[in-house]
Design a protein around this ligand. Structure first.
Ligand SMILES: Cc1ncc(COP(=O)(O)O)c(C=O)c1O
Length: 376
């Protein structure tokens, strides 16, 4: 038997082992960006802004080229002030991150001890659970009947070890949403020690009066955090920029553990410009409003299940389980035509595909391809 303290005995020395649970985590699966044999595929797999980026944000990004040798402002002050004034929020209550993904991770890190849990809908966005498992916490899933968040189902699974409830409204990958009155009902029934995280990544796309991203509500609350991203409506996914509006005590806790420079100079400058480009935001929303009903109607007309109604820039589509007609088959069929969609197996939806609402020619190509697929 070799002595484990004998560091020269490399053959028998113990290897580094990640802490328990880490290797059970399923790594995040991003939307496909390539298809074998197709030179320029159309990426409809990641719900990016199909109109691209605001020209003003692009110009601000280009200006940042002169500043690449410098560290960014660690407080993200220019963007903090722009968001605070646009949405009438207290600047010191804002949290910034490398995408809203990082904001979720920071919240998990700040609140979860091993054995605690988070609660999310069964189809909840994958990043919440990854961060929770990294903290050796459990993830409790609440049923989503009809692919929709159900407040009573969430309350059924909340227990004394629940520290955070994550709720994307509208949801990804479902695209469905619930009225804010339901969220108020959830909040009233949750223990005040539980942090309610309202993820509004797609909130700007919902135009119904019964919807709210929760910023107004969060203003007067001690346990509500609302998150937003620049990756969707603002078309800045590449710059990884997200933010949260939290009670001051939570913002201050998160500030202690974040990386010192977690937003970049190009991100900060482009973020401010994108926020100020109302025309680009309006055009992006109008485009989705124009094409989502058309795509829903056309694909529904093929006998496919369209989950919804979707209030987002994507659709979730259900396929048959008949061999040759499944979501995997459809995904391969569309990929071969250069149309990249997103499989959602990791959300417990093996027979669905998620498709971003494309430009007119993309949408027509999707309908033509799926018409051939269904008829084949
Ligand atoms: C529901 C939801 N929340 C948050 C995010 C993360 O956005 P980002 O990290 O790009 O800000 C996404 C990205 O797809 C999402 O779908």
């Amino acid at each position: 038997m070799s002595d484990p303290r004998d560091l020269t005995d490399r053959a028998h020395a113990p290897k580094p082992v990640p802490k328990p649970g880490i290797l059970d985590i399923h790594a995040y699966v991003p939307g496909k960006a390539k298809s074998d044999g197709v030179e320029t595929p159309i990426k409809l797999s990641a719900n990016e802004n199909i109109l691209g980026v605001s020209p003003k944000a692009r110009a601000a990004f280009a200006e940042a080229a002169d500043l690449l040798h410098m560290y960014p402002d660690s407080r993200t002050t220019i963007l903090r002030d722009a968001i605070a004034s646009t949405f009438r929020l207290e600047p010191e209550r804002l949290i910034f991150g490398c995408g809203s993904d990082e904001v979720f991770q920071l919240l998990n890190q700040a609140f979860l001890e091993p054995g605690d849990n988070i609660v999310q809908g069964e189809y909840g966005f994958a990043a919440y659970a990854i961060g929770a498992h990294a903290c050796q916490a459990q993830v409790k899933l609440a049923r989503e009947p009809g692919y929709r968040i159900d407040v009573d189902e969430i309350l059924k699974v909340v227990d004394e070890r629940t520290r955070l409830v994550f709720l994307a409204n509208p949801g990804n990958p479902t695209g469905t949403w619930i009225a804010f009155s339901e969220i108020e009902r959830l909040h009233a029934a949750l223990p005040p020690s539980v942090v309610l995280v309202l993820d509004a990544a797609y909130g700007e796309f919902v135009l119904d009066d019964r919807f709210s991203d929760g910023l107004d509500f969060a203003r007067g609350s001690d346990n509500v955090v609302v998150t937003h991203t620049f990756s969707k409506l603002y078309g800045l996914a590449a710059l990884r920029l997200g933010w949260g509006y939290a009670p001051l005590a939570i913002a201050e806790a998160v500030d202690r553990i974040r990386l010192p420079f977690n937003t970049s100079i190009p991100g900060q400058l482009a973020g401010v410009a994108a926020l100020g480009d109302q025309d680009f935001q309006d055009r992006s929303i109008a485009h989705v409003e124009q094409w989502r009903p058309w795509l829903t109607q056309q694909l529904g007309g093929l006998g496919l299940e369209i989950v919804g109604p979707s209030a987002t820039n994507f659709l979730l589509i259900g396929f048959s389980s008949q061999p040759g007609k499944t979501a995997a088959d459809a995904d391969a069929f569309l990929s071969a035509r250069g149309l990249l969609t997103r499989r959602v197996l990791n959300y417990g939806l093996p027979n669905h595909l998620r498709i971003t609402i494309g430009l007119e020619e993309h949408n027509r190509a999707v309908v033509a391809a799926l018409t051939d697929f269904v008829g084949a």
